[in-house]
Write a protein that binds this ligand. Structure first.
Ligand SMILES: Nc1ncnc2c1ncn2[C@@H]1O[C@H](COP(=O)(O)OP(=O)(O)OP(=O)(O)O)[C@@H](O)[C@H]1O
Length: 437
Protein backbone atom coordinates (compact mmCIF):
# COMPACT_ATOMS: atom_id res chain seq x y z
CA UNK A 1 0.00 0.00 0.00
CA UNK A 2 2.78 2.39 1.07
CA UNK A 3 4.71 1.58 -2.11
CA UNK A 4 1.65 2.35 -4.22
CA UNK A 5 1.24 5.69 -2.43
CA UNK A 6 4.85 6.60 -3.19
CA UNK A 7 4.33 5.73 -6.84
CA UNK A 8 1.18 7.86 -7.01
CA UNK A 9 3.01 10.78 -5.37
CA UNK A 10 5.95 10.43 -7.77
CA UNK A 11 3.58 10.29 -10.72
CA UNK A 12 1.74 13.40 -9.49
CA UNK A 13 5.03 15.27 -9.04
CA UNK A 14 6.11 14.17 -12.51
CA UNK A 15 2.85 15.31 -14.09
CA UNK A 16 2.97 18.67 -12.32
CA UNK A 17 6.59 19.18 -13.37
CA UNK A 18 5.76 18.37 -16.97
CA UNK A 19 2.91 20.89 -17.11
CA UNK A 20 3.87 23.60 -14.60
CA UNK A 21 7.58 23.98 -15.35
CA UNK A 22 7.23 24.78 -19.08
CA UNK A 23 4.35 27.18 -18.33
CA UNK A 24 6.41 28.89 -15.62
CA UNK A 25 9.31 29.20 -18.03
CA UNK A 26 7.12 31.05 -20.53
CA UNK A 27 5.17 33.25 -18.12
CA UNK A 28 7.69 33.94 -15.36
CA UNK A 29 11.12 33.21 -16.85
CA UNK A 30 13.03 34.79 -13.98
CA UNK A 31 11.19 32.72 -11.37
CA UNK A 32 11.65 29.59 -13.50
CA UNK A 33 15.36 30.30 -13.69
CA UNK A 34 15.70 30.68 -9.90
CA UNK A 35 13.71 27.52 -9.12
CA UNK A 36 14.70 25.14 -11.87
CA UNK A 37 17.07 26.51 -14.53
CA UNK A 38 19.78 27.73 -12.18
CA UNK A 39 20.10 24.58 -9.99
CA UNK A 40 20.20 22.32 -13.04
CA UNK A 41 22.80 24.52 -14.74
CA UNK A 42 24.97 24.60 -11.60
CA UNK A 43 25.07 20.80 -11.64
CA UNK A 44 25.90 20.88 -15.34
CA UNK A 45 28.73 23.40 -14.77
CA UNK A 46 30.27 21.28 -12.00
CA UNK A 47 29.89 17.98 -13.84
CA UNK A 48 31.28 19.20 -17.18
CA UNK A 49 34.07 21.46 -15.91
CA UNK A 50 36.95 18.97 -15.95
CA UNK A 51 36.14 17.53 -19.37
CA UNK A 52 35.35 20.92 -20.84
CA UNK A 53 38.61 22.54 -19.72
CA UNK A 54 40.60 19.49 -20.80
CA UNK A 55 39.05 19.59 -24.26
CA UNK A 56 39.73 23.32 -24.54
CA UNK A 57 43.31 22.89 -23.36
CA UNK A 58 42.64 24.98 -20.26
CA UNK A 59 43.38 22.18 -17.80
CA UNK A 60 47.09 21.76 -17.23
CA UNK A 61 48.95 18.58 -16.26
CA UNK A 62 50.29 18.45 -12.73
CA UNK A 63 53.33 16.51 -13.94
CA UNK A 64 55.58 17.24 -16.94
CA UNK A 65 54.72 15.51 -20.20
CA UNK A 66 57.84 13.31 -19.98
CA UNK A 67 59.01 11.20 -17.09
CA UNK A 68 61.85 8.85 -16.31
CA UNK A 69 60.73 5.24 -15.89
CA UNK A 70 63.78 3.23 -14.75
CA UNK A 71 66.38 4.32 -17.25
CA UNK A 72 63.75 5.01 -19.92
CA UNK A 73 62.32 8.43 -20.82
CA UNK A 74 58.54 8.09 -21.23
CA UNK A 75 56.54 10.73 -23.17
CA UNK A 76 52.78 11.30 -23.08
CA UNK A 77 49.95 13.33 -21.61
CA UNK A 78 49.24 12.69 -17.93
CA UNK A 79 45.87 11.04 -17.38
CA UNK A 80 44.29 13.70 -15.15
CA UNK A 81 45.15 17.28 -16.04
CA UNK A 82 44.07 19.79 -13.37
CA UNK A 83 41.27 22.18 -14.42
CA UNK A 84 41.42 25.85 -13.35
CA UNK A 85 39.81 26.25 -9.91
CA UNK A 86 36.13 27.13 -10.14
CA UNK A 87 34.64 29.47 -7.50
CA UNK A 88 31.05 29.42 -6.22
CA UNK A 89 28.50 29.47 -9.03
CA UNK A 90 26.41 32.50 -8.10
CA UNK A 91 22.89 33.28 -9.21
CA UNK A 92 22.27 36.49 -11.11
CA UNK A 93 19.12 37.81 -12.74
CA UNK A 94 18.49 35.50 -15.72
CA UNK A 95 21.89 33.86 -15.52
CA UNK A 96 24.83 32.93 -13.35
CA UNK A 97 28.32 34.12 -12.61
CA UNK A 98 31.42 32.23 -11.58
CA UNK A 99 34.99 33.32 -10.90
CA UNK A 100 37.78 31.06 -12.17
CA UNK A 101 41.35 31.13 -10.91
CA UNK A 102 43.81 31.07 -13.82
CA UNK A 103 46.74 28.68 -13.89
CA UNK A 104 50.10 30.47 -14.11
CA UNK A 105 50.72 31.34 -17.75
CA UNK A 106 47.03 31.49 -18.69
CA UNK A 107 45.35 34.67 -19.97
CA UNK A 108 41.63 35.60 -20.19
CA UNK A 109 41.80 35.51 -24.01
CA UNK A 110 42.15 31.70 -23.86
CA UNK A 111 38.81 31.51 -22.04
CA UNK A 112 37.26 34.06 -24.43
CA UNK A 113 38.32 31.84 -27.34
CA UNK A 114 36.50 28.91 -25.71
CA UNK A 115 33.34 30.81 -24.76
CA UNK A 116 31.33 29.26 -27.59
CA UNK A 117 32.20 25.75 -26.37
CA UNK A 118 31.36 26.72 -22.78
CA UNK A 119 28.02 28.09 -23.97
CA UNK A 120 27.16 24.75 -25.55
CA UNK A 121 28.39 22.68 -22.62
CA UNK A 122 26.33 24.70 -20.13
CA UNK A 123 23.35 24.94 -22.54
CA UNK A 124 22.90 28.65 -22.01
CA UNK A 125 22.35 31.52 -24.44
CA UNK A 126 25.78 33.13 -24.11
CA UNK A 127 28.86 33.20 -21.91
CA UNK A 128 30.90 36.36 -21.51
CA UNK A 129 34.40 36.48 -20.16
CA UNK A 130 35.48 39.39 -17.99
CA UNK A 131 38.37 40.21 -15.71
CA UNK A 132 37.72 41.87 -12.38
CA UNK A 133 41.02 40.94 -10.73
CA UNK A 134 44.45 39.85 -11.95
CA UNK A 135 44.81 36.08 -12.08
CA UNK A 136 41.05 35.49 -12.29
CA UNK A 137 38.40 35.52 -14.99
CA UNK A 138 34.68 35.96 -14.43
CA UNK A 139 32.40 33.84 -16.57
CA UNK A 140 28.93 35.33 -16.85
CA UNK A 141 26.30 33.10 -18.40
CA UNK A 142 22.96 34.35 -19.72
CA UNK A 143 20.13 31.84 -19.63
CA UNK A 144 18.36 33.40 -22.62
CA UNK A 145 18.74 36.42 -24.89
CA UNK A 146 17.81 39.40 -22.67
CA UNK A 147 17.08 41.44 -25.78
CA UNK A 148 14.41 39.03 -27.04
CA UNK A 149 11.76 40.55 -24.76
CA UNK A 150 13.31 42.79 -22.12
CA UNK A 151 11.62 42.74 -18.72
CA UNK A 152 12.81 45.15 -16.06
CA UNK A 153 12.15 44.50 -12.37
CA UNK A 154 9.07 46.24 -10.99
CA UNK A 155 10.77 47.38 -7.83
CA UNK A 156 13.63 49.61 -8.74
CA UNK A 157 15.67 52.06 -6.74
CA UNK A 158 14.14 55.42 -7.57
CA UNK A 159 16.73 57.97 -8.51
CA UNK A 160 15.90 61.33 -9.96
CA UNK A 161 16.83 61.89 -13.61
CA UNK A 162 17.60 58.20 -14.06
CA UNK A 163 15.25 56.22 -16.27
CA UNK A 164 15.51 52.45 -16.67
CA UNK A 165 14.36 52.01 -20.26
CA UNK A 166 15.32 48.41 -21.06
CA UNK A 167 18.08 45.86 -20.83
CA UNK A 168 21.65 45.72 -22.09
CA UNK A 169 22.85 42.63 -23.90
CA UNK A 170 24.62 41.35 -20.79
CA UNK A 171 21.24 41.29 -19.03
CA UNK A 172 21.92 44.35 -16.84
CA UNK A 173 19.59 47.33 -16.71
CA UNK A 174 19.73 49.94 -19.43
CA UNK A 175 19.42 53.32 -17.78
CA UNK A 176 19.33 56.75 -19.34
CA UNK A 177 20.98 58.70 -16.55
CA UNK A 178 20.97 62.46 -17.02
CA UNK A 179 23.26 62.93 -14.02
CA UNK A 180 25.92 60.82 -15.81
CA UNK A 181 25.40 62.22 -19.35
CA UNK A 182 23.49 65.51 -19.34
CA UNK A 183 22.12 65.37 -22.89
CA UNK A 184 21.17 62.48 -25.18
CA UNK A 185 21.01 61.92 -28.92
CA UNK A 186 18.60 59.21 -30.12
CA UNK A 187 18.68 58.32 -33.80
CA UNK A 188 16.98 55.65 -35.87
CA UNK A 189 15.18 55.12 -39.16
CA UNK A 190 11.41 55.07 -39.27
CA UNK A 191 9.91 52.11 -37.29
CA UNK A 192 13.23 51.42 -35.59
CA UNK A 193 11.89 52.12 -32.09
CA UNK A 194 12.71 55.76 -31.25
CA UNK A 195 9.21 56.70 -30.10
CA UNK A 196 8.94 53.53 -28.02
CA UNK A 197 12.20 54.44 -26.30
CA UNK A 198 11.01 58.00 -25.68
CA UNK A 199 7.79 56.54 -24.24
CA UNK A 200 9.84 54.33 -21.89
CA UNK A 201 11.82 57.40 -20.87
CA UNK A 202 8.68 59.44 -20.14
CA UNK A 203 7.13 56.46 -18.31
CA UNK A 204 10.11 56.61 -15.92
CA UNK A 205 10.37 60.38 -15.59
CA UNK A 206 6.64 61.09 -15.24
CA UNK A 207 6.44 60.10 -11.53
CA UNK A 208 9.57 62.11 -10.68
CA UNK A 209 9.71 65.78 -9.75
CA UNK A 210 11.05 66.70 -13.15
CA UNK A 211 9.56 69.22 -15.57
CA UNK A 212 9.08 67.77 -19.05
CA UNK A 213 8.87 69.78 -22.27
CA UNK A 214 8.20 68.59 -25.79
CA UNK A 215 9.14 69.98 -29.18
CA UNK A 216 7.55 68.02 -31.98
CA UNK A 217 7.29 69.68 -35.36
CA UNK A 218 5.43 66.71 -36.83
CA UNK A 219 2.35 68.57 -35.64
CA UNK A 220 2.80 67.14 -32.13
CA UNK A 221 1.82 63.69 -33.46
CA UNK A 222 4.37 61.79 -31.34
CA UNK A 223 4.70 63.80 -28.15
CA UNK A 224 1.05 64.80 -27.77
CA UNK A 225 0.58 61.37 -26.15
CA UNK A 226 2.35 62.75 -23.11
CA UNK A 227 0.77 66.22 -23.26
CA UNK A 228 -0.97 66.06 -19.86
CA UNK A 229 2.42 65.51 -18.18
CA UNK A 230 4.28 68.09 -20.29
CA UNK A 231 4.70 71.61 -18.99
CA UNK A 232 4.65 72.83 -22.61
CA UNK A 233 4.48 71.26 -26.04
CA UNK A 234 5.68 73.19 -29.10
CA UNK A 235 4.29 71.83 -32.34
CA UNK A 236 5.18 74.65 -34.76
CA UNK A 237 8.54 76.20 -35.47
CA UNK A 238 7.46 79.57 -34.06
CA UNK A 239 6.36 77.91 -30.82
CA UNK A 240 9.61 75.94 -30.70
CA UNK A 241 11.70 79.10 -31.18
CA UNK A 242 9.80 80.81 -28.38
CA UNK A 243 10.03 77.84 -26.01
CA UNK A 244 13.76 77.36 -26.59
CA UNK A 245 14.37 81.10 -26.06
CA UNK A 246 12.35 80.96 -22.81
CA UNK A 247 14.36 77.96 -21.64
CA UNK A 248 17.60 79.83 -22.36
CA UNK A 249 16.25 82.67 -20.19
CA UNK A 250 15.49 80.09 -17.46
CA UNK A 251 19.06 78.79 -17.76
CA UNK A 252 20.41 82.34 -17.41
CA UNK A 253 18.28 82.93 -14.31
CA UNK A 254 19.62 79.69 -12.81
CA UNK A 255 23.15 80.78 -13.64
CA UNK A 256 22.54 84.04 -11.81
CA UNK A 257 21.22 82.10 -8.82
CA UNK A 258 24.32 79.87 -8.82
CA UNK A 259 26.53 82.95 -8.86
CA UNK A 260 24.63 84.54 -5.97
CA UNK A 261 25.00 81.48 -3.72
CA UNK A 262 28.53 80.65 -4.90
CA UNK A 263 27.59 77.28 -6.41
CA UNK A 264 28.91 75.73 -9.62
CA UNK A 265 25.80 73.70 -10.32
CA UNK A 266 22.22 73.50 -9.11
CA UNK A 267 23.10 70.29 -7.27
CA UNK A 268 25.25 72.35 -4.88
CA UNK A 269 22.32 74.63 -4.02
CA UNK A 270 20.70 74.40 -0.61
CA UNK A 271 17.68 72.11 -0.95
CA UNK A 272 15.19 74.96 -0.52
CA UNK A 273 16.65 76.97 -3.38
CA UNK A 274 17.14 74.11 -5.76
CA UNK A 275 15.26 74.47 -9.02
CA UNK A 276 13.34 71.63 -10.52
CA UNK A 277 15.27 69.66 -13.17
CA UNK A 278 14.01 70.08 -16.71
CA UNK A 279 14.08 67.55 -19.56
CA UNK A 280 13.34 68.87 -23.06
CA UNK A 281 12.45 66.21 -25.63
CA UNK A 282 12.92 67.23 -29.25
CA UNK A 283 11.34 64.82 -31.72
CA UNK A 284 12.52 64.84 -35.33
CA UNK A 285 15.22 67.45 -34.88
CA UNK A 286 15.76 67.87 -38.66
CA UNK A 287 12.40 69.66 -38.85
CA UNK A 288 13.83 72.45 -36.70
CA UNK A 289 16.55 73.08 -39.23
CA UNK A 290 14.51 72.96 -42.47
CA UNK A 291 14.49 76.21 -44.40
CA UNK A 292 11.66 76.12 -46.96
CA UNK A 293 11.67 79.93 -47.43
CA UNK A 294 14.15 82.70 -46.97
CA UNK A 295 12.14 84.12 -44.07
CA UNK A 296 12.68 80.90 -42.14
CA UNK A 297 16.43 81.35 -42.21
CA UNK A 298 16.60 83.88 -39.36
CA UNK A 299 14.37 81.69 -37.21
CA UNK A 300 16.45 78.55 -37.92
CA UNK A 301 19.65 80.39 -37.02
CA UNK A 302 18.04 81.62 -33.79
CA UNK A 303 16.80 78.12 -32.87
CA UNK A 304 20.15 76.57 -33.71
CA UNK A 305 22.07 79.11 -31.59
CA UNK A 306 19.70 78.87 -28.63
CA UNK A 307 19.62 75.07 -28.69
CA UNK A 308 23.40 75.02 -28.62
CA UNK A 309 23.45 77.52 -25.75
CA UNK A 310 20.91 75.44 -23.85
CA UNK A 311 23.10 72.36 -24.30
CA UNK A 312 26.24 74.20 -23.22
CA UNK A 313 24.71 75.89 -20.18
CA UNK A 314 22.09 73.33 -19.21
CA UNK A 315 24.29 70.44 -18.05
CA UNK A 316 25.10 72.00 -14.66
CA UNK A 317 21.85 73.94 -14.41
CA UNK A 318 19.55 70.93 -14.43
CA UNK A 319 18.29 71.52 -17.99
CA UNK A 320 18.67 68.42 -20.12
CA UNK A 321 18.06 67.71 -23.79
CA UNK A 322 16.90 64.57 -25.55
CA UNK A 323 17.34 65.08 -29.29
CA UNK A 324 15.67 62.43 -31.44
CA UNK A 325 15.66 62.10 -35.20
CA UNK A 326 15.55 59.78 -38.18
CA UNK A 327 18.31 61.48 -40.03
CA UNK A 328 20.80 63.58 -38.17
CA UNK A 329 23.61 64.39 -40.57
CA UNK A 330 25.94 67.37 -40.62
CA UNK A 331 24.18 68.42 -43.84
CA UNK A 332 20.86 69.24 -42.15
CA UNK A 333 21.93 72.57 -40.86
CA UNK A 334 24.44 74.81 -39.23
CA UNK A 335 25.28 73.94 -35.68
CA UNK A 336 24.20 70.28 -35.77
CA UNK A 337 27.75 68.98 -35.45
CA UNK A 338 28.43 71.48 -32.65
CA UNK A 339 25.23 70.39 -30.92
CA UNK A 340 26.22 66.72 -31.30
CA UNK A 341 29.46 67.45 -29.44
CA UNK A 342 27.38 68.48 -26.42
CA UNK A 343 25.26 65.33 -26.45
CA UNK A 344 27.35 62.86 -24.47
CA UNK A 345 24.65 60.19 -24.30
CA UNK A 346 24.21 58.37 -27.62
CA UNK A 347 21.67 55.84 -28.77
CA UNK A 348 21.64 54.56 -32.32
CA UNK A 349 18.83 52.30 -33.59
CA UNK A 350 18.76 50.83 -37.08
CA UNK A 351 19.55 53.66 -39.46
CA UNK A 352 18.99 53.97 -43.17
CA UNK A 353 21.97 56.18 -43.99
CA UNK A 354 25.55 55.73 -42.81
CA UNK A 355 25.83 59.51 -42.16
CA UNK A 356 23.37 59.30 -39.26
CA UNK A 357 25.17 56.37 -37.62
CA UNK A 358 28.42 58.25 -38.13
CA UNK A 359 26.88 61.31 -36.46
CA UNK A 360 25.72 59.26 -33.47
CA UNK A 361 28.68 56.98 -32.91
CA UNK A 362 31.45 57.81 -35.37
CA UNK A 363 33.29 60.10 -32.97
CA UNK A 364 33.10 57.53 -30.16
CA UNK A 365 33.87 54.09 -31.50
CA UNK A 366 34.24 52.62 -34.99
CA UNK A 367 33.21 49.11 -33.85
CA UNK A 368 30.00 50.56 -32.40
CA UNK A 369 29.33 52.16 -35.78
CA UNK A 370 29.69 48.80 -37.55
CA UNK A 371 27.42 47.10 -34.96
CA UNK A 372 24.74 49.79 -35.47
CA UNK A 373 24.76 49.23 -39.22
CA UNK A 374 24.16 45.52 -38.64
CA UNK A 375 20.85 45.98 -36.76
CA UNK A 376 18.17 44.38 -38.92
CA UNK A 377 14.63 45.49 -39.79
CA UNK A 378 13.23 42.82 -37.50
CA UNK A 379 15.13 44.10 -34.46
CA UNK A 380 12.78 46.92 -33.54
CA UNK A 381 13.79 48.63 -30.32
CA UNK A 382 17.37 47.30 -30.51
CA UNK A 383 20.02 50.00 -30.35
CA UNK A 384 23.70 50.57 -29.76
CA UNK A 385 24.43 52.73 -26.76
CA UNK A 386 27.34 53.76 -24.63
CA UNK A 387 27.09 52.25 -21.16
CA UNK A 388 28.02 54.07 -17.93
CA UNK A 389 31.53 52.60 -18.03
CA UNK A 390 32.10 54.05 -21.51
CA UNK A 391 31.89 50.72 -23.39
CA UNK A 392 29.47 50.40 -26.30
CA UNK A 393 26.87 47.70 -26.10
CA UNK A 394 23.65 46.47 -27.72
CA UNK A 395 20.46 47.19 -25.81
CA UNK A 396 16.73 46.93 -26.27
CA UNK A 397 14.02 49.12 -24.81
CA UNK A 398 10.97 47.77 -23.05
CA UNK A 399 7.91 47.82 -25.23
CA UNK A 400 5.64 50.63 -24.06
CA UNK A 401 2.48 50.92 -26.12
CA UNK A 402 0.99 54.33 -26.98
CA UNK A 403 -1.96 53.52 -24.70
CA UNK A 404 0.30 52.81 -21.77
CA UNK A 405 2.17 56.07 -22.39
CA UNK A 406 -1.11 58.01 -22.57
CA UNK A 407 -2.34 56.47 -19.30
CA UNK A 408 0.91 57.27 -17.48
CA UNK A 409 0.85 60.87 -18.70
CA UNK A 410 -2.73 61.26 -17.45
CA UNK A 411 -1.95 59.59 -14.14
CA UNK A 412 0.90 61.97 -13.36
CA UNK A 413 -0.58 65.07 -14.97
CA UNK A 414 -0.69 66.80 -11.58
CA UNK A 415 3.07 66.56 -11.32
CA UNK A 416 3.59 68.76 -14.40
CA UNK A 417 4.67 72.15 -13.09
CA UNK A 418 3.13 75.18 -14.77
CA UNK A 419 5.21 77.06 -17.27
CA UNK A 420 6.58 79.69 -17.08
CA UNK A 421 7.77 79.63 -13.51
CA UNK A 422 7.92 75.85 -13.02
CA UNK A 423 5.57 75.98 -10.07
CA UNK A 424 4.30 72.56 -9.06
CA UNK A 425 0.75 72.48 -7.70
CA UNK A 426 1.53 69.43 -5.61
CA UNK A 427 4.28 70.77 -3.34
CA UNK A 428 2.21 69.86 -0.31
CA UNK A 429 2.09 66.25 -1.31
CA UNK A 430 4.41 64.54 1.23
CA UNK A 431 4.89 61.68 -1.16
CA UNK A 432 6.74 63.92 -3.54
CA UNK A 433 8.81 66.00 -1.22
CA UNK A 434 12.50 65.67 -1.74
CA UNK A 435 12.37 63.23 -4.64
CA UNK A 436 15.01 65.19 -6.49
CA UNK A 437 17.07 66.23 -3.50
N1 LIG B 1 11.53 47.63 -27.72
C1 LIG B 1 10.65 47.13 -28.55
N2 LIG B 1 10.22 45.87 -28.44
C2 LIG B 1 9.30 45.37 -29.29
N3 LIG B 1 8.79 46.05 -30.33
C3 LIG B 1 9.17 47.30 -30.50
C4 LIG B 1 10.11 47.93 -29.62
N4 LIG B 1 10.31 49.19 -30.04
C5 LIG B 1 9.53 49.34 -31.12
N5 LIG B 1 8.85 48.23 -31.40
C6 LIG B 1 7.89 48.01 -32.49
O1 LIG B 1 8.28 48.80 -33.57
C7 LIG B 1 7.22 49.64 -33.99
C8 LIG B 1 7.78 51.00 -34.39
O2 LIG B 1 8.34 51.59 -33.26
P1 LIG B 1 8.36 53.17 -33.08
O3 LIG B 1 7.05 53.77 -33.44
O4 LIG B 1 8.90 53.41 -31.72
O5 LIG B 1 9.43 53.53 -34.19
P2 LIG B 1 9.95 54.97 -34.60
O6 LIG B 1 11.41 54.82 -34.85
O7 LIG B 1 9.54 56.00 -33.63
O8 LIG B 1 9.21 55.21 -35.96
P3 LIG B 1 8.79 56.61 -36.61
O9 LIG B 1 10.04 57.39 -36.80
O10 LIG B 1 8.16 56.21 -37.91
O11 LIG B 1 7.83 57.25 -35.66
C9 LIG B 1 6.27 49.72 -32.80
O12 LIG B 1 4.96 49.82 -33.20
C10 LIG B 1 6.51 48.45 -32.07
O13 LIG B 1 5.58 47.47 -32.48
Amino acid sequence: MALELIWVCLLAVGMISLTVVPALRVRHPYLWWCLFGYPVTVVRVLVTWRRLTTTLGLAVPRRPARALLGDMMVKGDPLRPVPPRLGAVKLRRGGLRVVVRLHPGQVPEQFAAGSEAITHAWRVHAVRVGTDARGFVTLTALAWDPLAAPIVPRTLRREVLRAVVGLLEDGSLWAINFRAAAHWLIVGATRSGKSTLVAALVENLAPQRVALFGIDLKGGMELSLFEPRLSALASTRAQAAQLIADLVAEAEARMELCRSVGARSIWEHPAKLRKMPVVVIVDEVAELYLMPTRDDKAQVVEISTNLLRLAQLGAVLGIHLVIAGQRVGSDIGPGVTALRAQLAGRICHRVSDPGTAEMALGDLNKDALVAAQQITLAEQGVAITIADDGRWTRARSIHITPDQARRTARKYARRAPTWPGLIADDTNDPDQQGVYL
